[in-house]
Design a protein around this ligand. Sequence first.
Ligand code: TYM
Length: 344
Amino acid sequence: MAFKQLVFSGVQPTGNLHLGNYLGAIVKFVELQKHFECIYCVVDLHAITTWQDPEELPKAIREVTAAFIACGIDPKKHIVFNQSQVAEHAELAWVFNCVARMGWLNRMTQFKEKAGKDRENVSVGLFAYPTLMAADILVYRATHVPVGEDQKQHLELSRDIAQKFNNDYSASIAKHGFGDAFFPQPEPLIQGPATRVMSLRDGSKKMSKSDASDYSRINLTDDADTIAQKIRKAKTDPEPLPSEEKGLETRPEADNLVGIYAALKDTTKADVLREFGGAQFSTFKSSLVDLSVAKLGPIGGEMKRLVADPAYIDAVLADGSNRAREIAAKTMLSVKDIIGLVRR
Ligand code: TYM
């Protein structure tokens, strides 16, 4: 069966949005608007899989929404909303909890990393997190999902869940007029030179909202001086930059900074090395500061302006939620019919 092309993605409202979120995901969200209908979600139900301060959570939800808009997402042409306002996400997640297998979830590396040695003490929600993620995507029967490299395994699980649902209920799916598949196989879109932006302090660690050191990441709200300081302090090695990509293979910090530069400039690492091959890091870092400030400065400024007007942000989320709910409710009614749940 052919599915209507639709883009869905989500960002958690936890901590500071950083350059990894921007280059790995949000830049792609903006680009995809030109060619697809898009739904972008602030995944607040995912955020509460670890405890969130009720005083801070609404601010974080509004800040991610502001970031979407400040980066260039158009909430009128596309849909921007927060997950908890569309109950069908949680409802379909329950169905998927009954479709997904324990063994599948046990293999999720992100859960293993986050739970660590404290496995017995983390929330059930943290374990079931990927089934909610599958529900986010599939409640809209979305076909394309732009994400960073770290979400690849979750996307594969979403595909497995879609397939198992289609198989388990194949006769009923056909009987209700949906042909041989009710859910599409959502395709991950993981492309470009910055699908995994690394910490500025340690090239072997992902740039992350939860890193204790603020110097490990560039936040979207950092001012020009802070950005400059963080880049100047970023870990490097003593060699000049190589002229070819092969020369980056054993130099994770250099590779990371070149990838960031390439992504910010919308070009390739090879192109960046053609320009900077043989240069010292001090020269390259100065250019990287200028480029970063030019790209991120206006976004940070616009975010600050937007979060100062929470009524506007809340109106965007209410409108987006209403439009999202219409699509999600329709999917849920069909899911109930397919499963055999009696409904009004
Ligand atoms: P989250 O909130 O951790 O991150 C949001 C997006 O940013 C990407 N990302 C990165 N990309 C490159 N380098 C990095 N260092 C980096 N850090 C984060 C993430 O890959 C992601 O695309 N589970 C998701 C949110 C989610 C979702 C969904 C995504 C919930 N439901 C449905 C897609 C579809 C998450 O925690 O992302």
